[in-house]
Design a protein around this ligand. Structure first.
Ligand code: SF4
Ligand code: SF4
Length: 130
C-alpha cells in the first residue's frame, strides 16, 4: 500500500472510458522506457529487440522511444497496440507505465472535450475526428 492506509477511500472518476473511442491512445508521442518494452516483450512472447521494433519507434529529436501508430477508422492514427474493434488496449496487462498512470486525476482532458462537444453539438455519440 503506497499511502499506508488499510482502507483507501474509493475515488469517483468523472470520465468514462466505456463512452470514449480511446481518445488518449491517439496521442502521437507516448514515450516508452526499456522496462515497458521488456514487459511488452514478455506479454507477446517476443525477444526484447522484436518488441522494440514492432511496437516502438525512435524519436531522434527527443532521443526517446515512442509507441508506433497504425491507421485508424476513428482518428487519423492510434497506438499500434489498440484493438480497433473493441477500442480497448490490446496489451492492457502489459501496457506502458504512462498509460497506467493516465489520467492520474478524477478528470480526463480528452473526455472533457468529448463531453463538451457532445453537449454543444447535441450529439451524444459525437467522436472527435482528428
Ligand atoms: S481519453 Fe480518457 S476517457 Fe477516453 S479512454 Fe482515455 S482515459 Fe478513458
Ligand atoms: S499501449 Fe494500450 S493504453 Fe497505451 S496507448 Fe497503446 S493502446 Fe492505448
Amino acid at each position: 500500500m503506497r499511502n499506508g492506509k488499510a482502507f483507501p477511500i474509493p475515488v469517483k472518476v468523472k470520465y468514462s472510458c466505456e463512452k470514449c473511442p480511446a481518445y488518449c491512445c491517439s496521442y502521437p508521442d507516448i514515450e516508452v522506457t526499456p522496462r515497458d518494452i521488456e514487459r511488452l516483450a514478455r506479454h507477446s512472447g517476443l525477444a526484447y529487440e522484436q518488441a522494440e521494433e514492432r511496437f516502438t519507434k525512435y524519436d531522434p529529436k527527443e532521443k526517446v522511444r515512442l509507441l508506433r501508430h497504425q491507421k485508424d477508422s476513428v482518428f487519423d492514427s492510434v497506438c499500434v497496440l489498440l484493438d480497433q474493434k473493441t477500442r480497448r488496449c490490446g496489451a492492457y496487462e502489459a501496457r506502458p507505465a504512462v498509460c497506467r498512470d493516465y489520467p492520474d486525476s478524477t478528470r480526463c482532458g480528452y473526455y472533457e472535450f468529448l463531453k463538451f462537444e457532445r453537449a454543444h453539438q447535441d450529439d451524444p455519440k459525437f467522436i472527435a475526428l482528428t
